[in-house]
Design a protein around this ligand. Structure first.
Ligand SMILES: CC(C)(COP(=O)(O)OP(=O)(O)OC[C@H]1O[C@@H](n2cnc3c(N)ncnc32)[C@H](O)[C@@H]1OP(=O)(O)O)[C@@H](O)C(=O)NCCC(=O)NCCS
Length: 310
């Protein structure tokens, strides 16, 4: 066992080491943040919140990459994950370098680390002409689906038939978080699911998260953000057994009206090209498709077995 003085010395060494490692990481990230080649999908987070995270991968000061498992936030260690899926959230390559080699290094390191912790897939949403798209293809990422964007001017939204008698739509409260997560698990497959860390962020940071309550239970929810005069509905879900009763339309109209009252002149939302049910609902309410389809890319990770590839 270490003597008191040895322990003291070791812990001071560890502390100093951690402080200098985090200062080095922060300096590298601050430099790369000014690079021309940046990919940013931090969604509910501010960039600064991730600086201290252990989830970063670096190729010295040449490239940085943040792949985050679905269930982890900025302060979590990779050991804590139970998720099978991670999202590509942030990536940058220093100016004056050819991205290919540095991306290969940084993705290779990050993907191996994730695979060793049981993550089997990495997903990302990439704009069609974004700089990183061809590199992702070379790294083994493939387009597996596309997202459509729909938009409406709030004053043009069609009034719908009244939803279920006894249905109440109200703003979400902290006490609703558990029920919201339980509903989300039933409504969405894993890559699209909001784990508790994400749901908590969404409720805290969205312009509005509203819930539909029926018979005392939470049976649906919508979540929207507002940037200037543009509103965006980020989430919409209804409990499977209570679909086709007007709850989805009721939630959507309610949140669009809230956005309009706060100054939104247009409201958009995205859905998968294959989600015909949601698209019919949006069109019926007056939403129309706009813009490019957004490719969603995925890579299936292979776990390296000792002495070879599994
Ligand atoms: C998309 C979703 C939110 C729709 O919720 P919903 O409560 O079923 O929506 P509504 O009941 O308002 O409308 C659905 C259909 O039921 C019909 N309907 C509504 N009330 C009805 C009633 N009383 N009797 C018969 N049909 C009815 C609507 O006309 C609509 O028909 P349409 O598909 O022909 O347009 C729901 O299917 C869901 O949670 N899906 C999984 C998550 C998802 O895909 N979210 C959106 C994309 S991100």
């Amino acid at each position: 066992m270490a003597t008191f003085s040895e322990w003291n010395w070791n812990s001071a060494y560890t502390r100093n080491h951690e402080v200098s490692a985090s200062a080095a990481r922060s300096a590298r990230l601050s430099r790369l943040r000014r690079a021309r080649h940046i990919f940013d999908r931090l969604d509910w987070w501010d960039w600064d919140e991730w600086i201290a995270s252990d989830l970063w991968s670096f190729d010295d000061g040449n490239a940085a990459l943040l792949l985050t498992p679905l269930d982890l936030a900025e302060a979590d260690a990779l050991d804590a994950t139970c998720a099978g899926v991670a999202w590509l959230r942030w990536c940058a390559v220093a100016d004056g370098l050819s991205p290919a080699t540095h991306l290969t290094n940084v993705f290779g390191e990050a993907e191996a680390r994730l695979a060793a912790h049981g993550v089997c897939e990495v997903w990302c949403i990439v704009h069609p002409f974004e700089w990183i798209k061809p590199y992702l293809r070379d790294l083994g990422y493939r387009v597996v689906e596309r997202l459509l964007t729909f938009q409406v001017e709030p004053r043009r939204i069609s009034k719908t038939m009244p939803p279920l008698t006894g249905l109440q739509v109200r703003l979400a409260r902290t006490a609703d978080l558990e029920a919201l997560c339980a509903l989300d698990v039933r409504a969405f497959d894993e890559p699209w699911r909001y784990a508790p860390v994400l749901m908590q962020r969404a409720v805290a940071r969205a312009f509005a998260t509203t819930v539909a309550v029926y018979g005392g239970a939470l049976v649906g929810y919508a979540c929207a953000v507002l940037h200037g005069e543009k509103g965006h509905v980020v989430r919409l879900a209804v409990q499977p057994e209570l679909r086709r009763r007007g709850i989805g339309a009721g939630l959507l109209c309610d949140v669009v009206m809230r956005l309009a009252q706060a100054g939104a002149r247009s409201v958009s939302l995205n859905t998968q090209a294959g989600n015909r049910v949601a698209q019919r609902l949006y069109r019926r309410l007056g939403f129309a498709p706009v813009g490019e389809k957004l490719p969603v890319m995925r890579k299936v990770l292979t776990r390296e077995a000792p002495g070879g590839i599994a």
